[in-house]
Design a protein around this ligand. Structure first.
Ligand code: FEO
Length: 405
């Protein structure tokens, strides 16, 4: 891609990582992901905010954009490390090697990580919350936002122009031809909104309380544009990015959608047979939406996206070797790690020779503080009575969701 001019002397340097890669080595990105660095040319000093990893050509892409702006490594006075995760720092050493005098600015917690990851120990200054940096005609202010996404995270604010460089915060999956929110096509919006939700559910959800704390802290900061390190720049309606993140982070506390995520898996079709009854049970209650996902055919990244926003979860899985069918164990384990807590849950599923899935399922109910409404379990294929029970169980969950909200 090309550098984007945000305002005079402030540029985005976008890198695109494409579709066959896995984000964090685990999450599918069929629509790719952008890794944005930002260049600020002050009248006296030049600053690069966040960088990239040598990943799918990202480093070459950003370097060619720097070339286009006629900036060499030696021209960079300060490297701001908002966040240490290697998608933003993996190639940092390449700049330091070409410009040993460059000053790295980061939070105090990032300092030992710079040594642990990259052996960097000199020319590092740990900035404090609210500290400013004068680069001539512009001033940068550093705002500590721990755990958005890891403990050392901070954001950088360009004071004169009211631009917030937020790194992972307000980010999303997806590659977008257009750079700014006011330029996006309908197709790009249709990609951006769900890919923001999936990114949040995969990456940020565990840190929702910190995210809300950061949003509260930013309330006193006047913001003309939000420049995240993943996704598009919000300059027309930065408050929309904040509102989306506030809504998503608030799901942790209970203000969720009237939706049920039905995630199911089946070996020979005997668990699948009840899926229709469950869907009909949910749909018998107007106002409750159902998301249906089959695993392992659908990656759990997408299950997390839907489960995160849903008030209810119904899981269907058979017993497999006296335990849960393994793909569903993996889904529940990931939901637990992602702090998908305090929702309603129910289960259904078949067994052949012996049950056992429930015994392995119940510890997840405890760990995630779920409200377990019951189960329909049967040997072999389900009877008409089992189908009726599954319909009723699903309808009960849906009614409770309507009544309690
Ligand atoms: Fe984009 Fe937490 O790194």
């Amino acid at each position: 891609m090309n550098p984007d001019k945000i305002i005079e002397n402030v540029f985005r340097l976008p890198a695109t990582v494409c579709c066959k890669e896995l984000f964090e080595g685990i999450w599918p990105i069929p629509n790719g992901v952008m890794i944005n660095s930002y260049l600020i040319k002050g009248s006296e000093k030049t600053v690069l905010i966040d960088y990239v990893k040598d990943w799918d050509g990202a480093e070459e892409e950003v370097n060619s954009e720097l070339d286009e702006l006629n900036i060499k490594e030696r021209d960079i006075d300060y490297l701001v490390v908002n966040h240490m995760e290697p998608d933003h720092t993996g190639a940092l050493v390449d700049i330091v090697n070409k410009n040993p005098g460059v000053q790295i600015l980061c939070s105090k917690k990032a300092v030992p990580l710079l040594e642990a990851f990259y052996g960097l120990t000199s020319n590092i200054h740990a900035v404090s919350d609210g500290e400013t940096l004068d680069i001539g005609d512009k001033t940068l202010k550093f705002i500590m936002t721990p755990n958005v996404h890891w403990p050392e995270t901070m954001m950088t604010y360009l004071v004169e122009d009211k631009i917030l460089f937020s790194c992972d915060g307000f980010g999303s999956y997806g590659i977008y031809e257009n750079s700014f929110d006011d330029q996006l096509t309908k197709e790009e919006w249709d990609l951006l909104l769900p890919e923001t939700e999936r990114y949040f559910a995969n990456i940020i959800s565990s840190f929702s309380a910190f995210c809300l704390r950061a949003i509260d802290k930013l309330e006193t900061v006047e913001i003309n544009a939000i420049c995240p390190s993943h996704g598009v720049i919000w300059r027309d309606h930065p408050e929309q990015a904040v509102a989306i993140y506030k809504r998503l982070a608030s799901y942790a506390k209970g203000k969720r959608e009237k939706e049920i995520t039905l995630v199911w898996s089946s070996m020979y079709g005997n668990t699948k047979t009840l899926v229709d009854s469950v869907i009909k049970g949910i749909e018998s209650v107007p106002g409750v939406k159902v998301h249906v996902l089959q695993v392992p055919q659908t990656h759990e990244s997408y299950v997390l996206e839907k489960a995160w926003r849903s008030e209810g979860i119904i899981v269907g899985m058979p017993t497999y070797e006296y335990k849960m069918f393994p793909p569903m164990y993996s889904v529940l384990d990931q939901m637990d790690r992602s702090h998908i807590t305090n929702r309603k849950i129910a289960r259904f599923g078949s067994y052949g020779w012996s049950g056992g899935a429930l015994k392995q399922f119940l510890p997840f109910v405890d760990s995630m503080k779920l409200d377990f409404l019951g189960e329909v379990e049967y040997q072999g294929s389900p009877s008409e009575e089992d189908k009726k029970k599954a319909f009723e169980l699903a309808a009960t969950m849906a009614k409770q969701i309507i009544e309690e909200q």
